[in-house]
Design a protein around this ligand. Structure first.
Ligand code: UN1
Length: 496
């Protein structure tokens, strides 16, 4: 019997049985059941939201530095448990162990950073135009947040949302992906061990289209932060519009890397391989378009193909694995579907494109790293997010054409350029139309101390993570205070 992982509502762990439980499977070996979680009912969600509402009245009054002390303790506990959590990430999500550990490290970084935010959380103080009056803005929590997270960063992304939400004084109902619920439960356990009071953080398991949807649309929820597909994000934005909810969505990407003829080709190859096939292409920041200057195109393609073909694919817990499985059958089918679409559209399949079978491969969702050339910008494989190890190569005749190709997309999360020309780096920085721009580095690997988010179909609402315009903006409202201590009626803007 697989281990059961529960909901957390008002400080009580519980396993409702109104619906059949959900199985979380190891994508590298589906005979390995990582755990069972409940499929929550609307009634469970109602109770979780009510518990968060009730807890808000006291949590909002706890001084932020005190809230932050709990987050700091969580950072210490995450660090202590890094190895076992990293292994769990790999077992439940499939990414190779080094990346599983990186996922946990990103949560640790965020916890230390957000603990520091408890002593900042700044507003502004400005002079008044009138005597004996002061003007300031302060940050106040928003209320109850629904936090809905994906499976590709099963510890890091929950940390990106839950930690700033809590330090800012909100209470939370957390609905993690039903593909990585065990990681989510372990993360919540650690936060509770660190001292989060009962009711402040609630966890409800379930599927996105049922539990997640019901939670996001709940009338007693004040804000929603979602990371996932553009399709679901747009539906959440639509359903919450008009009911005054704060909504921030982190969505898809179709991220380009430009490789100029003066690039350090070795560096560009390494970076492109990592951005295209790291995490099996399942990052919203993954590079799925490589735009290569014609002078280095043939050399790049030859070498890139050889390296992709040399990648060792398998169980991410094995020391020598370079690339793990896709998360589930549906994602694998989706990626394979795009191989078919690309071929039918007239692109050339250079390598890969097949599911790996035989032996232990049959128990998981493994696929070859896949490269297409002769891709035109109007093809679906050039425009749509695949979220798998499939990359399209383009040939550009000039810097200008490369930039134009890079920006020719509905998305705008991350982009990158490899060049040794300092002037071109400055121009690329200015012209690349995305939330993140990398110079001589791949499109993945954002650090948590600056905001994270995209434009166009990649993101809507506030950005995540640290820095100006990051998560503290998402999870607080600015309140403006005018205090008149003159003891008489003073009228702003009115001459008397
Ligand atoms: C995601 O894929 O949703 O920048 C997040 C990166 C990671 C986060 C990715 N730090 O690639």
């Amino acid at each position: 019997m697989a281990e059961r992982f529960e909901n957390l509502i008002a400080g009580n762990w519980e396993f409702p049985e109104a619906n059949p439980p959900i199985e979380s499977l190891n994508p590298a070996d589906t005979t390995d059941v990582v755990g069972l979680v409940p499929e929550s009912s609307p009634e469970d969600v109602d109770r979780a939201v009510k518990s968060a509402r009730e807890a808000f009245s006291s949590w909002r009054l706890v001084p932020p530095p005190k809230r932050a002390e709990i987050i700091f303790r969580a950072a210490e506990l995450l660090l202590k448990n890094k190895q076992s959590l990293g292994e769990l990430v790999t077992r439940e999500m499939g990414k190779v162990l080094k990346e599983g550990l990186g996922d946990v490290q990103e949560a640790i970084d965020m916890a230390y950073y957000m603990a520091g935010e408890g002593r900042r959380m700044a507003g502004e103080t400005v002079p008044s135009e009138l005597p004996n009056k002061d003007c300031k803005s302060i940050r106040v929590p928003i209320g109850v947040f629904a936090l809905i997270t994906p499976w590709n960063f099963p510890i890091a992304i929950p940390a990106w949302k839950i930690l700033p939400a809590l330090v800012a004084g909100n209470t939370v109902v957390f609905k993690p992906s039903s593909y990585t619920p065990v990681c989510a439960t372990r993360f919540v356990e650690i936060l509770m061990e660190a001292g989060i009071p009962a009711g402040v953080l609630n966890l409800v398991h379930g599927r996105g289209e049922t539990t997640g949807k019901y939670l996001a649309e709940h009338s007693l929820v004040d804000g929603v932060s979602f990371t996932g597909s553009t399709k679901v994000g747009e539906a959440i934005i639509r359903s919450c519009a008009g009911i005054g909810k704060e909504v921030s969505c982190e969505m898809g990407g179709k991220n380009p890397i430009i490789i100029m003829d003066d690039a350090d080709l070795e560096l560009a190859l390494e970076g492109s391989l990592w951005a295209a096939f790291g995490t099996t292409g399942q990052r919203c920041t993954a590079a799925s378009r490589l735009i290569v200057h014609r002078r280095v195109y043939d050399t790049f393609l030859k070498e890139f193909t050889a390296r992709a073909e040399a990648m060792r694919i398998g169980d991410g817990l094995k020391e020598d694995t370079d690339m793990g499985p896709l998360i589930n059958e549906a994602q694998l089918e989706r990626a394979l579907g795009y191989v078919k679409i690309g071929t039918e559209e007239g692109a050339t399949l250079i390598t890969g494109g097949r599911r790996l079978t035989g032996g232990s491969f049959d128990r998981g969702y493994f696929m070859e790293p896949t490269i297409f050339t002769d891709v035109t910008p109007s093809m679906r494989i050039a425009r749509e997010e695949i979220f798998g190890p499939v990359v399209a190569l383009f040939r550009a005749d000039s810097f200008e054409e490369a930039i134009e190709l890079a920006n020719h997309t509905d998305y705008g999360l991350s982009s990158a350029i490899y060049t040794r020309d300092v002037n071109k780096t400055a121009l690329a920085e200015r012209e690349l139309n995305s939330g993140l721009v990398y110079i001589n580095a791949p499109t993945i690997g954002a650090e948590i101390q600056l905001p994270f988010g995209g434009i166009k179909k990649s993101g809507s609402g506030h950005k995540e993570a640290g820095g100006m315009g990051g998560a503290i903006d998402m999870f607080t409202r600015i309140k403006v205070i005018y205090r008149d201590f003159s003891g008489r009626l003073q009228k702003a803007q009115i001459e008397e």
